[in-house]
Unconditional design. Structure first.
Length: 322
């Protein structure tokens, strides 16, 4: 059954639809040097998690009309996830499972983190009950991460993506988790890309090498966006670097969790606005740079106005009423 944040009905139109299961992240920030077998002071906070949910929530907070397709548990954690998605303005087409995935992140110096996760049955969910709803909906862009494709049902994620593509959506793809990509191999990446035909692909410095085994035909005309944290970010089309950005350093880094997802949300918004490659990278970096100044994946409410003040003005009004 469809459930979750402001569940959409068939026939809905969005700026952006994201495929991906949300999770619930608890972030622990030690306030002193950790000593084993002692109770240590710390700041502990709860946040929305999962790459797809992070992209969806940030894009919605930036002003796009956003839908999220995924699975959420019938548990207390799932209820908290739904509440956070609703607060961000995301409309969900969610199927229910037993439990929601949880992650605990221990923050270190300079925004580094150590993450611990537990499994759930989200990746085993069937989407048969909501398939007709997405078939009757449309979006300007549909975005997914290969991590979600690898962990959940490839058939369902590809079918959902191609349903939107048949209605005119452009496809955006994040390469996802480098170790998992290495286990699958470049031929698998090429095969998935042939199935969903992305127009834009996001990768960081650890993931970009997995495009080497993807054929030129598959990559023809694809906008490859390379995210490299504090290093040079770039956009490559047909093997040619069309723009680069050497971002300014952020002195007060607090937490880098989800910064790449926030970058993706900013880039997609700017891309929908039709601005130049330079402006797309610039706004994406600005959005991500504000997100790492606070805990959790996303720009903190107290900083959001500063990002919205320079939001590309050509973004059309949301096509779906709140």
């Amino acid at each position: 059954m469809a459930s979750g944040p402001s569940a959409w009905e068939g026939g809905s139109t969005f700026d952006l639809v994201v495929w991906g299961d949300p999770s619930f992240d608890t972030i622990v920030v030690p306030l002193a040097e950790v000593v084993e077998d002692q109770r240590m002071p710390a700041l502990i906070s709860d946040h929305l998690g999962g790459s797809g949910a992070n992209v969806a929530a940030q894009a919605a907070e930036l002003g796009l009309s956003v839908g999220l397709v995924g699975a959420v548990g019938r548990d207390e954690v799932g209820a908290k996830v739904v509440e956070q998605l609703e607060r961000s303005g995301v409309r969900g087409l969610m199927v229910q499972c037993k439990t929601t995935r949880r992650t605990i992140s221990i923050s270190g110096r300079g925004g580094t983190r150590t993450m611990f996760g537990e499994d759930s049955d989200q990746y085993e969910a069937s989407y048969a009950s909501v398939e007709e709803e997405w078939k009757r909906s449309s979006a300007k862009v549909v975005h997914l991460s290969l991590t979600s494709v690898m962990r959940s049902s490839t058939d369902w994620s590809v079918e959902c993506t191609n349903s939107f593509r048949r209605h005119g959506s452009e496809v955006s793809l994040d390469l996802g988790n480098a170790p998992e990509l290495a286990a699958r191999g470049g031929n698998w990446v090429d095969g998935i890309m042939q199935l969903i035909r992305p127009r834009v692909v996001f990768a960081n410095e650890h993931e970009i090498g997995h495009l080497r085994d993807v054929s030129r035909e598959t990559l023809a005309g694809v906008e490859v966006v390379i995210k490299q944290g504090g290093a040079v970010a770039s956009v490559v089309v047909d093997g040619t670097v069309v723009t680069e950005l050497l971002p300014s350093k952020v002195a007060d880094v607090v937490d880098t969790t989800g910064a790449g997802d926030v970058f993706t949300a900013g880039y997609l918004l700017a891309r929908l606005a039709g601005v130049s490659y330079d402006q797309r990278l610039g706004f994406a970096h600005l959005t991500a740079s504000w997100s790492i100044r606070s805990h959790g994946a996303g720009v903190a409410p107290e900083h959001l106005d500063e990002v919205l003040a320079v939001r590309p003005s050509a973004v059309p009004p949301s096509s779906t009423p709140p």
